[in-house]
Design a protein around this ligand. Structure first.
Ligand code: UDP
Ligand code: MN
Length: 589
């Protein structure tokens, strides 16, 4: 009897406790969903002010996904802004100063929403509660007001604020009036102390500007951004997570594309960073072998090189590996140098698919560059090649004759960093990190410019595209579009493009097609300073005549016709002949 009473009492108590727990859970849920979607929260975001950062920090989850859904207006959700009539004409005029359409940018809200283009699996990833904080460093030189501040607003709105130590804006000696007091005022009223502005006393260029920002940062992690970006939802946490797991990692977001004319935000495909022998950065497809190794589509992608402007790194590790080469000027080459250094000195460079940031890809640099952009880019690239590329630097010089014999300043300190850190050589890098890069003397019989000595015309891409005729142009010795190789597969090749003859008729021009490595219409035979014979048709490459509009054309072979004789600048007969996979397909944005 006593036992039965006890059992009833126990049952009663457990019902009470369970109900209380349920009640509490339901309350927490209701309060939370109010916080996420409630009109107050929406209103606060909508007027674009973080008057009460503390309140936002409490609400520190992915609420940006929810609130962004409620926004509408020009450009919202990353939609394109189309201009007509007078506005269109005005917009076109703004390209000179910005290399993008400033009228379109000014129409769009500073806090516009972007499409959540992350893989659906990203939402289910749970990150450590102990992640360190990051300082976001945004450097700018004469950036337009609306693009600069849209960058900052996007960081504030779409980062987990407890992970955001601060945002540091570094003004690289801009001369636009609005970027002075007006900017200070805006930042103070809108972002309290979360955003700081620091200024350089003279024009330093992006390398030294980023270093100044880094020196003032107090977060454990540094996250660099260009001044015309829009970060996507929860972009920061996945980057910090990778560095938290392994502090020798440089983590890059996927760089989505903001159209410079319409400001449309579109997801970029899954690619990784690479470069050609001229040390020009390129986007490459991810090799099949790497795709097969991955367990999921959101696993980070190892990348031979980084685009440069957008990456996160542990602050002390960045210092440890020698941050940047301060002997580099204004713009360019620093991304390739850092990529070589990180890999050769034991670190990892990767692209983290769940972190996405939109960037305006511009066709030109709208700002002035003391000494000229080409000159500083060449200067910086030489320093990268001299410090890191060992004997392979000869391919760089062969591709960029403008770099030959140029002074490049003192690199002793950089060479010492390489020694101090016991870094591996460039051969190791090529074999282990970027085996897809075709090494001329290993994959080709001949390489360099392909000259027709009688006319001093050289084979030239003339910047043409797939399916278009291959051209000739006066040899300029500048490498670039005049670099071709005669590969061991029998291709006549420029980067990923091969000379292809599908209409086997005299007078037809060969066209550029994606190299397929299967011979067929892309198979040629060439002997030093002799003809280049197409195997399938038995016809030979002829430099063409004035009526051919600068196109090559196919002709009956005759080694007595000087218009059919070709000379590459280098022949590699007798050199090492390890043939590397040439399967990689390349493309650039
Ligand atoms: N930048 C700078 N000082 C310079 C040149 C560029 O601070 O002398 C900044 C620029 O405002 C941008 C970043 O460096 O935030 C990268 O430059 P840009 O966007 O022109 O390079 P791209 O993205 O075209 O490689
Ligand atoms: Mn940029």
């Amino acid at each position: 009897m006593g036992n039965a009473k006890m059992a009833t009492k126990k049952l009663f108590m457990s019902v009470v406790v369970t109900s209380l727990v349920w009640f509490a859970l339901v309350m927490v849920y209701i309060l939370n969903s109010n916080k996420k979607n409630g009109p107050e929260q929406f209103g606060r975001r909508n007027i674009g002010r973080y008057r009460d950062l503390a309140a936002v920090i409490v609400d520190d989850d992915l609420s940006s996904v929810g609130t962004d859904r409620h926004r509408f207006g020009p450009g919202e959700n990353g939609q394109p802004v189309l201009l007509y009539g007078e506005q269109r004409r005005k917009g076109e005029k703004t390209f000179d100063a910005n290399a993008f359409n400033l009228v379109a940018s000014d129409i769009i809200s500073m806090e516009r929403s972007v499409p959540d283009v992350r893989h659906s699996l990203c939402d289910s990833v749970r990150y450590s509660k102990n992640l360190p904080t990051a300082s976001v460093v945004i450097i700018f030189h004469n950036e337009a007001w609306s693009t600069l501040l849209r960058t900052v607003h996007s960081v504030i709105n779409r980062s987990k604020l407890k992970l955001l130590q601060e945002v540091i804006l570094v003004d690289d000696y801009s001369d636009k009036g609005e970027l002075k007091e007006q900017l200070d005022d805006y930042v103070e009223t809108n972002f309290h102390n979360k955003v700081k502005v620091i200024r350089l006393e003279k024009r330093e260029g992006l390398i030294r500007a980023r270093l100044l920002g880094a020196s003032k940062a107090s977060g454990k992690i540094l996250a660099f951004l260009d001044s015309h970006c829009e970060v996507n939802h929860n972009w920061l946490e996945p980057l910090i997570d990778r560095i938290y797991r392994d502090s020798s990692t440089i983590a890059c977001p996927v760089i989505d594309i903001i159209d410079p004319n319409t400001f449309e935000y579109s997801a970029s495909p899954s690619v990784r960073g690479g470069f050609n022998w001229g040390l020009h950065f390129k986007w490459n497809n991810i090799p099949q072998s790497d795709i097969l190794k991955r367990n999921s589509e959101i696993e980070p992608i190892r990348s031979p090189a980084m685009a440069g402007g957008l990456f996160a790194v542990d602050r002390s590790y960045f210092e440890h590996i020698g941050s940047y080469d301060t002997g580099m000027e204004i713009w360019g080459g620093e991304n390739i140098e850092l990529s070589f250094r990180i890999w050769q000195c034991g670190g990892t460079l990767e692209i983290v698919p769940c972190s996405r940031v939109g960037h305006i890809f511009r066709k030109t640099h709208p700002y002035s560059v003391p000494g000229g952009i080409d000159q500083v880019f060449t200067h910086n690239s030489i320093r990268a090649a001299e410090v890191w590329m060992d004997e392979y630097k000869r391919f760089f010089y062969a591709t960029r004759p403008d770099a030959q014999g140029r002074a490049f300043g003192d690199i002793t300190e950089r060479v010492q960093i390489r020694k101090r850190l016991g870094c591996k050589n460039f051969k190791w890098y090529l074999e282990n990190v970027f085996p897809e890069l075709s090494v001329p003397n290993e994959n080709a019989h001949a390489w360099g410019e392909c000259r027709n000595p009688a006319s001093n015309l050289c084979m030239d891409t003339l910047m043409r595209e797939q399916g278009q005729p291959v051209g000739v142009y006066t040899c300029h010795g500048g490498g670039g579009n005049q670099v071709f190789s005669y590969t061991k597969l029998g291709e006549i090749r420029h980067e990923e493009w091969c000379l292809d003859v599908s209409r086997k008729k005299v007078g037809e021009p060969p066209t550029f097609e994606q190299c397929h490595g299967l011979g067929g219409n892309q198979m040629w035979k060439h002997t030093q300073n002799g003809v280049i014979k197409h195997q399938a048709s038995g016809l030979c490459l002829d430099r063409g005549s004035a009526i051919d509009n600068g196109n090559l054309r196919m002709s009956h072979c005759s080694s007595r016709k000087d218009s059919q004789l070709w000379q590459f600048s280098q022949y590699f007969e007798g050199e090492a002949d390890v043939i590397r996979s040439n399967e990689e397909e390349y493309f650039a944005f």
